[in-house]
Design a protein around this ligand. Structure first.
Ligand code: GPK
Length: 832
């Protein structure tokens, strides 16, 4: 309020308020102005990077104008806001998305061309914002797009890592990790040096009694680090709503710089203290679906959660409302358990700082939070060691203990004498050392808990969180099936297909109401339409073929069946089964007669994905793919019939050109292990078919598009326990085709077999935990069906068109609507 311009002087401000360019000329003027002034370059000195920067800055100005309007409108209406807390936001590039969301891309493409550049080249200059590992981080990014597109007042809160997910290089067939320093030039973020929060770690808890005899807890004596806000505008599609993504960066607190040390000549040690503070937000942990439990990671979590909550509470307090209204104004969604300390921190603020009674505070807390679970894999469920938390966050540990005590007391009252139940649901696991089960804390502190696809949401209720369903009743647990934004994953990634669809449906409204795609159904038999459709697919494959040739030297035939599996490398996702299948195909080709070869559908098997640096088995899978590709691609007996490609450094911008170029993509996790999957949705939306197990969202995709348009195979989730048991205690024979594959690897056909012994061992003495052998026969048989289906191009095109027409359900807009209505109770705010 103090910093606002007095009423009588505001006329001048309004007169000169910034305006958005709307014509090509105005756009070009902005670009040239930014190149000449903001960048201090000229027409004699403008390379593609400078041109990209000029265009980005021109669009950034537009975004900011809408962003300011949005923040003012949202503050004025004073409605509930939702805060999406995620340690990962896998945003990818921003420029193309900004141009398309503002419906200004065509203008900009023309404008840029008259200035001497091709827009495709400029777009390529941008560094991916890769602050995430995989599906979980990309989901957060799709959700931000939908929240803004649907005009919801929403903020994302995360960490501003100096290094995002590492860049992957393949050297001699092995993954090598290279740091991803991405902040050299990032026009999309705004440092808010004035928005800072001091965050404390370590220290001790002191009890103090005031003059009224009230005791309270004071946490003090710790080390203080400062959080600085960096904001990025998130534009919605075809709306003025532009929300904020606020990422926190760590630096030494101003009070913390030790002048004592500095003056006494211990300069180096004072610099070391500074660096320790900066380390907190330095690097994204590169682990997907695995909990590692490092102290620095816990520091990151608390740092981010405490800064975000301080910000949220500060905003709430400005409204002057009573605490009882907090959860009418604020919903906080926890993206996995990473931000679970927010529950504890809010309780601490309310009790220790605002002096509310415990129960009153706890009521507010449990009305505010929602928790999304993304995995049932036991190794991925976060557990923090009690001694670690005791040392780093002593007051939080007390609050966790009290929360647990009150919770267990209430359980004991309702289920007397069930000591087993009490120990099963305790937040504290009585191991050595004791650990805190973060998922349990998240459930107990939240209003709603959701899984991310129907099967997954059922599984969490019947397995890992079963006892909590008994305790809280089934209504606390719900499902919100994931979705993807059709703006990035169709319109931006596949402009030709988007245009073809728009021509048939009479415009681009389907991008905001994806169920309109069902209007394509009546063209599925139209030969002309099928031809146009398949021609676009062919051009997308040509573009990928060119990329493969340019980056790997491998020549692939764009008429071959492109079979793609791109996602994080993980045993449960079973890339090993895919490459074993490729080897099996290779062995079959080696035995074929000329006649048989003629009838075979040529294939290109494409792999991509990063392995966690410490995940040795995943790295071995990559090594096998590259080893097989060397042998197969150079075998004259094989020629065009089979090519194997590993795409280096799979990321969001690579996904954008891979998704439109697949005929077939693979989503083949062991049933019951992949919570949802989201690339399955992206590939189908781009007119590719999928081969997959009955897992995650594959099941709902099948229900929507029809069984004839998907290649399902393998055992069901309900069979998995028995099969694993049989491997461990019974006598099981390895599938004969898989046996042959293993023999071939062990013979040395793909180089030193010692390199791959871990993979073979996992199938044999290892008990085949992921059931590769059990599913292998049906996997191979289903690939044969794919080959047969692909031979009939018209029937194939028909399947693809019918599938796309039924994909409306999988927009992230639908997911966000479900969250807004069933979990957050959130209303949109229209920005004029
Ligand atoms: C789940 F637990 C995790 C994790 O640590 N990282 C991650 O990306 C994924 N996920 C699931 O594996 C996917 O099935 C799911 O679609 C995605 O989260 C989004 O919900």
């Amino acid at each position: 309020i103090e910093s606002s311009i007095p009423q009588p002087l505001r006329e001048k401000w309004r007169k000169f308020a910034a305006t958005e360019f709307s014509t090509k000329d105005e756009f070009q003027k902005e670009v040239v102005k930014h190149v000449e002034t903001t960048l201090a370059r000229s027409l004699y000195n403008c390379d593609e990077l400078a041109a990209y920067s000029g265009v980005a800055l021109a669009f950034r100005d537009r975004l900011i104008i809408d962003w300011n309007k949005t923040q003012q409108a949202q503050t004025f209406v004073d409605q509930k806001r939702v805060y999406y807390l995620s340690l990962e936001f896998l945003m990818g590039r921003t420029l193309d998305n900004a141009m398309l969301n503002h419906r200004m891309k065509d203008t900009a493409v023309e404008g840029v061309s008259e200035l001497g550049f091709r827009m495709e080249d400029l777009i390529e200059q941008e560094h991916d914002a890769a602050l995430g590992n995989g599906g979980l981080g990309r989901l957060a990014a799709c959700f931000l797009d939908s929240l803004a597109s649907l005009n919801y007042p929403a903020w994302g809160y995360g960490l501003r890592y100096r290094y995002g997910i590492f860049k992957q290089e393949i050297i001699d067939g092995y993954q090598v990790e290279v740091p991803d320093y991405w902040l050299d030039f990032n026009p999309w973020e705004f440092p808010r040096h004035e928005i800072t929060v001091d965050i404390m770690f370590y220290g001790y808890v002191r009890k103090s009694t005031d003059e009224n005899g009230q005791t309270s807890h004071v946490w003090e004596g710790g080390e203080v680090v400062q959080a600085v806000a960096y904001d990025s505008p998130i534009p919605g599609f075809a709306t003025s709503t532009t929300n904020n993504l606020r990422l926190w960066s760590s630096k030494p607190s101003s009070g913390e710089f030790d002048f004592q040390k500095f003056n006494s000549g211990d300069y180096e040690s004072s610099v070391r203290d500074q660096q320790r503070a900066e380390t907190i937000s330095a690097v994204l942990y590169p682990n997907d679906n695995i909990d590692v439990g490092k102290e620095l990671r816990l520091k990151q979590q608390y740092f981010w959660v405490a800064a975000s909550l301080y910000d949220i509470v500060r905003r709430f307090k400005k409204s002057g409302r009573a605490w009882s209204e907090f959860s009418d104004q604020v919903s906080i969604q926890l993206n996995d358990t990473h931000p679970t300390l927010a529950i504890v921190e809010l309780q601490r603020i309310l009790v220790d700082k605002e002096h509310l009674e415990w129960d009153e505070a706890w009521n507010i807390v449990t009305q505010t939070f929602g928790y999304t679970n993304h995995t049932v894999l036991p190794e991925a469920l976060e557990k923090w060691s009690v001694p670690l938390v005791q040392n780093l966050l002593p007051r939080h540990l007390q609050i966790i203990y009290d929360t647990n005590l009150f919770f267990l007391q209430s359980v004991e009252r309702r289920f007397p004498k069930d000591r087993e139940l009490l120990s099963r649901v305790s937040i504290i696991e009585e191991s050595n050392p004791q650990v805190i089960r973060m998922a349990y804390l998240a459930i107990i502190g939240s209003k709603k808990v959701n899984g991310v696809a129907e099967l997954h949401s059922d599984l969490i209720k019947t397995t890992i969180f079963k006892d909590f369903v008994t305790i809280f009743g089934p209504d606390k647990f719900t499902n919100v099936t994931n979705g993807v934004t059709p703006r990035r994953w169709l319109h931006q990634a596949n402009p030709e297909l988007s245009k073809l669809i728009a021509d048939k449906l009479g415009g681009f409204t389907f991008l905001k109401d994806l169920t309109l795609l069902n209007g394509l159904e009546k063209y599925a038999d139209d030969k002309e339409f099928q031809k146009d459709w398949m021609h676009i697919k062919f051009r997308n494959k040509q573009r990928l073929a060119k990329y493969i040739k340019d980056t790997t030297g491998i020549v692939v035939n764009p008429s071959a069946l492109f079979d793609i599996q791109v996602k994080r490398i993980h045993e449960y996702k079973r890339q090993q089964m895919n490459i074993f299948g490729v080897i099996s195909r290779y062995l079959a080709i080696k035995k074929m007669t000329k006649e048989e070869k003629k009838k075979l559908v040529p294939r290109v098997s494409i792999f991509g994905g990063k392995a966690a640096p410490g995940y040795w088995m995943a790295k071995t899978i990559i090594r096998l793919v590259t080893a097989v590709s060397e042998v197969v691609n150079n075998d004259p007996d094989v020629g065009d019939l089979l090519k194997v490609v590993f795409i280096e450094d799979y990321n969001v911008s690579k996904a954008e050109f891979l998704c439109p170029a697949s005929d077939l993509s693979e989503h083949i996790s062991t049933a019951g292990t992949e919570a949802s999957g989201t690339s399955n949705m992206k590939f189908v939306l781009n007119g590719g078919l999928i081969i997959g197990t009955c897992d995650g969202a594959n099941i709902e995709i099948t229900r929507e598009i029809g069984e004839d348009r998907i290649f399902l195979f393998g055992h069901l989730a309900e069979d998995v326990d028995d099969l694993r048991h049989a491997h461990r205690f019974g006598k099981t024979e390895m599938d004969p085709a898989l046996r042959q594959v293993c023999d071939e690897i062990e013979k040395g056909t793909f180089g030193d077999p010692g390199v791959f012994s871990g993979l073979i061992h996992a199938l044999t003495d290892g008990g085949d935990y992921y059931l590769v052998s059990d599913d292998f026969a049906s996997y191979l048989a289903t690939h044969k069906l794919v080959d047969e289906a692909f031979k009939n191009e018209e029937a194939w095109a028909h399947k693809c068109i019918m599938a796309v027409s039924a994909m409306g359900f999988f927009t992230s807009d639908r997911a966000i609507l479900e969250y807004a209505e069933n979990i957050w109770n959130l209303e949109p705010v229209v920005v004029a």
